[in-house]
Design a protein around this ligand. Structure first.
Ligand code: F0G
Length: 459
């Protein structure tokens, strides 16, 4: 008999989580104004809000924390992190920041000005926010397959090279500070970008004299997909693939809370010394001194180890298998989701799941609230709430896809939790025809409204 798949770690410490009654959850979600971000974590049984900063650190990472050097300048922990970044990414310079959006803030403060244009495969919301905040224009150029959740394409995160070239041709080079490749493509469903596509983007960028930025939060998961799906890469190690990916970039921003498996941390890394120097002032102003940025010494030490563990094949194999297993269960139950299963999450297709809820009533949010009420599971809406309003017209933007993201924290939940999640979704799916109304907004912020928006059931 072929041995089944099993994880490459065992559990040394546990954290109790509690189930609750449906009646209690109905009360809690009402008090939370039907915004899942407003729930207390104690009101949640399985938390799939995000895979960011929610991973379980290893014994080696905790040991590294004890050895953190808290010196203000020139800490040992900084040099450990520098070594890990240089070895794994090949970038020669870096600035530590407290998380990914801080890395974006530091880099974009130096390179983005009003009326600039930043094309990408699909900017993450904080990236988009930082670009729009500077009165510049983020343009998404996803491949068409990304908009059809039923199409099985190995690299749905790819950039449409044709669209990209149209933009590079339309705008003068001085208005395009960089092209952004987000790996994996979070907004499209945690879908990977192929090496071929990365090469294609880099070649176009070179042709038009534009730099390439990797938004690298899930770069190791992306490398795993290249190894397992792209011809010519099966025999290469994850580290070899990672170093090839970054060889096509001029800089990277990193939210280390994802693939580097730490609870907090990030950095910007650079190929060119002059870019690094341009950003130094902003790092000192917004984050902290050059050798700690937004992190304590122990955080940098744990991050250095996390970069190593996060690029280990066996770890990644287990990680991706777990997400794929949830996908298989949903296939069994006929629950529609962005196919194939992504690296860090399953993105349930809420439009197909709840065909009777009008788009003006926030379909994916409605599904998120239903799943919470059903089983105490918290996902996150990737739909019209997140898409926000058009900055000029202030009208709601309705994206093609309404998705409920179920992000799986790293090394945290077991297969039985996954079975529970799948069963809960099946139960909601079985009664989906009876769900016909969604929610309306009572309060919202001017930018990134989804975090704090308040809702009431639509009347
Ligand atoms: N880029 C991508 C692709 C991301 O997914 C995130 C965060 C960031 C940048 C910003 O990093 O949170 O450390 O400031 N994504 C989280 C998520 C929040 O839930 O997907 P951050």
């Amino acid at each position: 008999m072929e041995l089944p798949f099993a994880e490459s770690y065992k559990i040394k410490m546990v954290e109790p989580i509690r189930k609750s009654t449906r009646a209690a959850r109905e009360e809690w979600i009402k008090e939370a104004h039907y915004n899942l971000f407003n729930l207390k974590s104690d009101a949640v049984y399985i938390d799939l809000l995000t895979d960011s900063g929610t991973g379980a650190m290893s014994d080696r990472q905790w040991a590294a924390m004890m050895e953190g050097d808290e010196s203000y300048a020139g800490a040992r922990s900084f040099y450990k992190l520098q070594d890990a970044i240089q070895t794994i990414t090949g970038f020669s310079h870096f600035l530590p920041t407290h998380q990914g959006r801080a890395a974006e803030n530091v880099l974009f403060s130096a390179i983005v000005k009003p009326d600039d244009v930043l094309p990408g495969n699909a900017h993450f919301d904080t990236t988009k926010g930082h670009i729009e905040f500077r009165k510049a224009l983020p343009i998404d150029c996803p491949v068409e397959e990304a908009a059809d959740t039923s199409v099985d394409h190995p690299f749905k995160g790819n950039m449409d090279l044709h669209k990209l070239e149209t933009i590079l041709r339309r705008y003068p080079q001085k208005r395009i500070p960089c092209v952004v490749i987000t790996i994996t493509n979070n907004s499209a469903g945690g879908q990977p970008v192929s090496m071929e596509n990365i090469k294609g983007v880099a070649a176009l960028a070179k042709k038009y004299g534009v730099k390439v930025l990797f938004d690298s939060a899930r770069f190791a998961e992306n490398a795993y997909f290249i190894k397992t799906r792209e011809p010519g890469y099966a025999k290469k190690s994850i580290r070899e693939i990672v170093s090839e990916i970054f060889s096509y970039g001029d800089f990277m921003t990193m939210s280390a809370k994802k693939d580097a498996i730490v609870n907090m941390g990030g950095f910007v890394a650079f190929r060119h010394e002059e870019d690094w120097k341009k950003c130094q002032m902003f790092n000192i102003m917004y984050e902290g001194y050059l050798t700690y940025g937004g992190m304590s010494g122990r955080d940098m030490s744990a991050l250095a180890v996390g970069l190593e563990e996060g690029t280990d094949y066996d770890y990644l194999d287990g990680r991706i298998h777990q997400v794929a297993y949830l996908g298989q269960k949903l296939d069994e139950y006929g629950v529609p989701y962005q196919r194939p299963a992504g690296g860090h999450a399953i993105f349930v297709d809420a439009k197909k799941f709840l065909p009777r809820v009008p788009k003006e009533e926030f379909i994916a949010q409605t599904l998120g609230v239903e799943l919470y009420k059903e089983a105490g599971i918290r996902g996150v809406e990737i739909g019209a709430l997140l898409a926000d309003r058009d900055p000029k017209t202030r009208l709601n933007r309705y994206p093609t896809l309404e998705l409920l993201r179920l992000a799986i924290p790293r090394r945290v939940y077991t297969h039985s939790h996954i079975d529970y999640i799948a069963a809960a979704l099946k139960n909601v799916h079985d009664r989906s025809k009876t769900i016909t109304r969604g929610y309306e907004i009572t309060k919202e912020m001017a930018i990134m409204r989804h975090f704090t928006v308040q809702l009431i059931p639509a009347r």
